[in-house]
Design a protein around this ligand. Structure first.
Ligand SMILES: O=C(O)C1=C[C@@H](OP(=O)(O)O)[C@@H](O)[C@H](O)C1
Ligand SMILES: C=C(OP(=O)(O)O)C(=O)O
Length: 502
């Protein structure tokens, strides 16, 4: 039932030795309440999705390349470890003066398997790396966190087999499995159903320039979620001189050919900007995110159209995006199949809009739909969001492809993160307006943003030491400027258990 569907993140079994709980037994994190308006600038580290793509493409490129201001997070480290295990070289070039850190990636002369890859809970690692392993010589065994074994893989595995790969698994269409690489892959036309995840498509496209015949992917299902992420993949390929396009809706093609080496400056993670920008709406006040790209394939850019629905004002001034709220939070009707990654934040805002008085009496009803696929993310996010909102006294309901939140007062209590970074940040968001919210595992934000507790605390004017432990609920100042002046160069906290930074 509900409990069985969710990721409790603390299974005794730990096949990949990664561990899922990041709190190391730490006490729950007391989410700070916003008692004054927020006025903060928050500098965010690099995009998880862009980092993953650039690492894969750099590993498959025709010469060494670099990533400037690389992301330091669990998912990016798992990707580096995976590609390193297959023979890719990684060197960190120490930053001089104010220059951002640089990661140099040297492609292997020949990719070699005969290794084991730990995917953690990273969808991008478990989906994007198997095609690379098919190009390596020798067997590569994949496994991940206990809950990772429940995330769907079958469409990728079956498609790779149809393209010529030899893969052994236990028949469940999930981790663990072994890719028996031969050093090359035929490629060609393949049908797959990507209705559970766009990552199935991106996985094939990313390596396809190195397949003998490239790839032509034809989607057979009725919908594809997270389309901007597929566009991100095509664009990343084109930036490296690869012919990549979508000849018809639900079809994507990559021609065989060299993948050019590049020097890439990583954009900040706009999906991770979501809870911070939403905080300005929840608490009232303004939050500015610098280095907002003028043009991007990141779905987080859609926040500029989505957040005004809650009553916010959004202004892009040069490369600074500012969201301003007046403390009133309106209910919404949003259909966001492209933005599953943003959905937990949107649902958190909707839970605040439902509070009597938040946008007016008696609180507003909201429906957020088109997000059925987020049941297959780090946990069943629909079930988890409903369970945690209702656990605080809310009136949230699962829809087949979304969530409805009806008016209800919320009280304090434990907000479970289910080893899901976006569940943890949504708990923090709700806690801005609901006293006594305790997030059980804030450390799980290390998946993509280990600095989250520190940045959140500083946004609220809570001293960093308090922020790491949870706030006191008493913001001490406004006008905070958060992050260093160097994008992606924040001081990292101690790595959580089972994680190491390169
Ligand atoms: O390609 C990517 O980098 C991603 C694609 C999306 O996956 P789904 O299509 O499974 O939603 C997104 O939610 C995930 O966080 C990252
Ligand atoms: C769905 C997500 O992650 P993953 O890449 O593990 O699928 C996410 O970051 O919201």
């Amino acid at each position: 039932m509900l409990e069985a569907k969710l990721n409790h993140g603390r299974d005794d079994e730990d096949p990949a030795g990664q561990g899922e709980s990041f709190d190391g037994g730490a006490p729950p994190w007391a989410a700070p309440v916003a008692e004054t308006r927020i006025d903060a600038t928050v500098s965010l580290p690099g995009s998880k999705s862009l980092m993953g793509r650039e690492l894969i493409l750099s590993a498959l490129a025709d010469a060494p390349g670099t990533v400037h201001a690389p992301l330091h997070s669990r998912d990016s480290q798992l990707m580096i470890d995976a590609l390193q295990a297959l023979g890719t070289g990684f060197d960190r070039i120490e930053a001089e003066d104010d220059a951002p850190e640089v990661l140099r990636i040297t492609p292997a002369e020949e990719l070699i398997g005969s290794t084991t890859i730990a995917c953690g809970l990273a969808g991008t690692v478990m989906r994007f790396v198997p095609p690379v392993a098919a190009l390596a010589l020798g067997p590569t065994a994949f496994d991940g966190d206990p809950y990772a074994r429940k995330r769907p893989m079958r469409p990728v595995l079956d498609a790779l087999r149809a393209l010529g790969a030899d893969i052994s698994d236990d028949g469940r269409g999930a981790l663990p499995f072994t890719v028996h690489g031969t050093g090359s892959l035929r490629g060609g036309r393949v049908e797959l159903d990507a209705s559970l995840s766009s990552q199935f498509v991106s996985a094939l496209l990313l390596s396809a320039a190195r397949f003998e015949e490239g790839v032509h992917v034809v989607h057979t299902g009725d919908r594809v979620p997270s389309l901007p992420h597929i566009e991100m993949t095509l664009e990343a390929l084109r930036e490296r001189g690869v012919e990549a396009d979508s000849p018809a809706p639900g079809e994507w093609r990559v021609s065989p050919g060299p993948i050019r080496a590049r020097d890439v400056v990583l954009e900040p993670d706009l999906s991770n900007a979501a809870p911070f920008l939403a905080a300005a709406i929840a608490a009232g006040g303004s939050v500015t995110v610098p280095r907002w790209p003028a043009a991007t394939t990141q779905v987080g850019d859609r926040l500029r159209e989505l957040l005004p629905a809650f009553g916010a004002t959004v202004a892009l001034d040069g490369d600074r995006l500012t969201v301003t709220g007046d403390g009133a939070v309106r209910g919404v009707e949003l259909h966001v199949p492209e933005g599953g990654e943003l959905a937990p934040t949107l649902v958190g805002l909707a839970a605040i809009a439902a509070l009597p008085g938040a946008g007016g009496e008696p609180g507003a009803t909201s429906r957020i739909t088109g997000i059925g696929h987020i049941r297959h993310h780090e946990t069943d996010r629909i079930a988890a969001l409903v369970a945690e909102i209702n656990g605080l006294g809310g009136d949230a309901h699962e829809l087949e492809d979304g969530i409805e939140i009806r008016p209800a007062e919320l009280h304090g209590g434990t907000w479970r993160a289910y080893a899901d970074h976006r569940m943890a940040t949504t708990g923090a968001l709700v806690g801005l307006r609901v006293a006594g919210v305790q997030v059980d595992d804030i450390g799980t934000t290390a998946k993509t943003l280990p600095e989250f507790p520190e940045l959140w605390g500083r946004m609220l004017g809570v001293a960093p030491a308090d922020a790491a432990q949870g706030g006191t609920g008493t913001p001490s100042s406004s006008g905070a400027s958060i992050g260093t002046s160097l994008p992606g160069m924040l001081t990292l906290p101690e790595p959580p258990d089972g994680t190491r930074w390169a």
